[in-house]
Design a protein around this ligand. Structure first.
Ligand code: GN1
Ligand code: MG
Length: 348
């Protein structure tokens, strides 16, 4: 690991420690005489062409740098050969500066925080609306092909292993919404692709330690052409849950309604006027969709023997799926109110 860090920083590395809670890459904090840096080994099973990620990040950073975008940009370092990636055997690495004076949250601790975060994501989208989505590469083929996620799930269910048998309640709840969301997927297939983040988890937004303002949006690996409702629905999934997404005590998995309301209002106050009629409809019908899809993804991974998401105990992906479904039910209970609130931003 040290020799890889030296590719970017030269000699004198003082320490390299694991960092963060991502499910996909391996991340390390590197301390060197030049300062603190983040070294990441890219998971090439998930991202088959790391070069495409780095090109997308460069295009987006260039675009934002030439505007009045109000947040800091996270710029990857070049190594001694002038490349953004360094290779060692089959492993691929990159490095970013460690952003100082920042705070991250795995779980929102106030309604105010969800407003600040939603406004930041809205501004991010707003500044990327004029970057043609087709100018970016697809970093994970099929990432937004939801029908394939459903068929992988159904195929995994049909294997009827002991993991499938113990999950009948979860399979039943997912199946209850299958027709509704299959229609949704069909209706949204013709939507224009936008430049979207693709993983707007709360801990992918850095906040200034002292002012609590948004500082920087990180993890641009899934930033690619995709449907706008994805980010909206994933913000709702990730930020309204009062527990972590792998909390297994379901009594703690509570939807916070004021977080939900603040996310919707702060996001739509900025982006509402910019959306097409089709996009507007997609936010209404699809506000809970990514929570349902995430449950499908965790459960499919569980059935397949956990090849995708890192786990620290055998039932963890099942536990994550249950957590997401518990949140999903609560989101669906609010459908009438949410529909009214979202539509209030779209005078028609
Ligand atoms: C993965 O590893 P991380 O935290 O960046 C996943 C997201 C999921 C998320 C669920 C490339 O993100 O799509 O929403 O886990 N990223 C990828 O926690 O699959
Ligand atoms: Mg991510």
């Amino acid at each position: 690991m040290e020799s890889i860090a030296r590719h970017f920083l030269g000699t004198g590395i003082r320490s390299i420690e694991p960092l963060g809670s991502g499910h996909i890459h391996k991340t390390f904090l590197v301390i060197s005489p030049k300062g603190k840096y983040v070294l990441q080994e890219i998971n090439t099973h998930v991202f088959p062409s790391p070069q495409k990620i780095m090109e997308n990040i460069r295009s987006v950073n260039d675009h934002l740098e030439n505007s009045n975008y109000p947040f800091e940009l996270l710029k990857p370092l070049t190594n001694q050969d002038g490349n953004l990636l360094a290779y060692s055997d089959r492993q691929v690495f990159r490095m970013f500066p460690f952003i100082e004076n920042a705070k991250t949250y795995d779980i929102a601790d106030s309604a105010e925080l969800t407003s600040v975060a939603a406004e930041a994501m809205a501004i991010f989208h707003q500044y990327l609306f004029d970057l043609p989505a087709s100018s970016l590469s697809i970093t994970i083929p099929g990432f937004f092909v939801f029908n394939s996620r459903i068929s992988s799930f159904q195929q995994a269910v049909s294997s009827n292993t002991s993991r499938v048998k113990e999950s009948s309640a979860e399979i039943e709840l997912i199946t209850e919404y299958l027709d509704f969301f299959t229609d949704f997927i069909r209706e949204t297939e013709q939507l224009p692709a936008s430049v979207i983040h693709g993983d707007p988890k709360l801990n992918n937004i850095l906040f200034h330690k002292s002012t609590a303002k948004a500082q920087c949006i990180i993890d641009l690996d899934t930033l690619m052409p995709g449907p706008l409702f994805y980010d909206f629905s994933d913000m709702i999934r990730s930020w309204t849950n009062e527990s972590a997404e792998d909390e297994d005590d379901l009594a703690k998995v509570k939807l916070n309604s004021s977080f939900l309301k603040n996310i919707i209002t702060s996001y739509l106050r900025i982006t509402g006027p910019l959306l097409t009629a089709g996009e507007q409809d997609s936010l209404v019908k699809g506000y809970s969709f990514i929570t349902w899809i995430q449950a499908i993804r965790f459960l499919t991974d569980y059935f397949e023997g956990d090849p995708y998401y890192k786990t620290s105990y055998p039932q963890q992906n099942l536990s994550r799926a249950r957590n997401q479904l518990h949140l999903f039910k609560q989101l669906e209970e609010q459908r009438a109110e949410v529909t009214e609130l979202i539509n209030s931003y779209f005078p028609r």
